[in-house]
Design a binder for this molecule. Sequence first.
Ligand code: AMP
Length: 562
Amino acid sequence: MIIGIDLGTTNSLAGVYRDGGAELIPNSLGEYLTPSVVSFEGSGEVVVGAVARERLVTNPEVTAASFKRFMGSQKVYCLAGREFTPQELSAFVLRQLKQDAERYLGEEVTEAVISVPAYFNNHQRAATLEAGKLAGIHVERLVNEPSAAALASSMMSEEEEQVYLVFDFGGGTLDVSVVDYFNNVIEIVAVSGDNHLGGNDFDAKIAQHFCASHNIEMEQLPPQKQATLRRLAEKAKRELSEQETTFIHMDIEGEDKAVILNSEVLIKSCGALFDRMEKAVRHALRDSGYHVEDISEIILAGGSSKMPVVSYFLQNLLGKKPCTIGSPDEVIALGAGIYAGIKARKEEIRDMLLTDICPFTLGVGVYNPGGSQPNMSPLIERNSVLPISRTGVYTNVEDRQRQIDFKIYQGESFNCAENLCLGAVSIPIAPVGSGQASVNVTFSYDINGILVVDVEDNQSTNKKQVIFRSEGMNLSDKELARKVEELKKYRSDFEGDERDRLLLARGNRLYQELKGINRDRIMRVMREYEYAMSVNDKHAKLVMRQQITAMFDRFEEFLDEY
Ligand code: AMP
């Protein structure tokens, strides 16, 4: 069985194509979103998802989140006496999604299509493939997130020809893509975005607005107060997605301070963020060669797209309402599920074709007569359709030079030092005068981020081929097998009811956050609940769970206010 996975920074989801349609796969709590959080328990057990998210507060030293940001980097996390790479932590999330899918589908899941941001570079793509392998899943293919979103939308419309603008707005990043759909072929024609713009910036601006309204310097507040204010700002922002007006109340040095929040205030205090959003949209449009009026559909993805002000902004800018099929959280996972169906060659959708683009430029460094740093000579330009192969011809710069060393770069600067160096290839040449030796350099690049570089001397039979898969992929089969066995030791096949586990983890966290009499109350209900668990009284558990959840919700509000 093959499934689609949206491996997200904050949350991950799985989708599948069956019985003629795409559907999301619920986890053991019956929810589609599984927080991308991993935590270790003393017993050698690994916990993934909502329970692990609670443990971010109670057991931060053995819990990790947001590791997708560091995929393909050298970062390591020291947890429970062992070092973990971001790909190993991601593997635990993938393994959990696989287990949940197997339970839900009643079949073994052996393969997956995983979505990645279009801007992911080679290292990050290779790291994602490695995470799949470590989780014991054959990753059939990576799919770019905007392609997946467009695929999901195209399945829900009758139109044969569409130009989509995918607006994927998360907690910390904005990705804008223009995607063509014509005759069952989906092609990303441009990607743009802002790696430092997301829901977190709205939270910060709302917090600043609160401070400015009361003549407070945010930086002067104690760190804990700053964190509480940001949390309240985020909560208020979410409330504005459901209602027209809300308030932020906070106790500042014994005084209750408040501000009113509505879309007008939000637009005013976050004006600069809208300007940056506009810049990203215009950039994507310009790169695509389309005009505003060519866009037939705007697809919203990512949690921050749920803000009504974002929809209004796009409607004003592009002259049409964004489409609202499904939740912005779910559209990418659904698309990945459909793509998994295409890979499994399901009758109804097998003719669908997805092409992808290279979101960055790939090239070689060439001699720069005017400066000390080499310049970039692009071979594969940003936004080229994949797979692609391009050849360039280069000559020697010095008389009687014995070899040419090509350094391979990825990035948009003409100055190589500012781009990512993927590695180097050298080829021997005959010692002739400068400009007389010529060498063909061919780059072949595919969606999985594998770059094949062929270098061929035109004066001799000298040839070289180097495959760049980045550091993440340099694990030998033996090393990989060893790592897979090692990760297997961390069991995650929890037999009990995940809802019990979540309730206890949440109680534990609230116990730590609260004080005095409230702690006693939590302790008492937790003991009663544990007793109901020990005698496996399902009815008592159900009733108590509802009551305790309501009580915990009230505590949560209390915490937010003080
Ligand atoms: P993602 O990375 O796609 O999960 O998006 C996370 C971001 O979405 C965070 O900044 C959240 O505050 C924001 N978010 C999630 N739900 C909502 C909502 N209902 N209204 C406004 N923002 C939301």
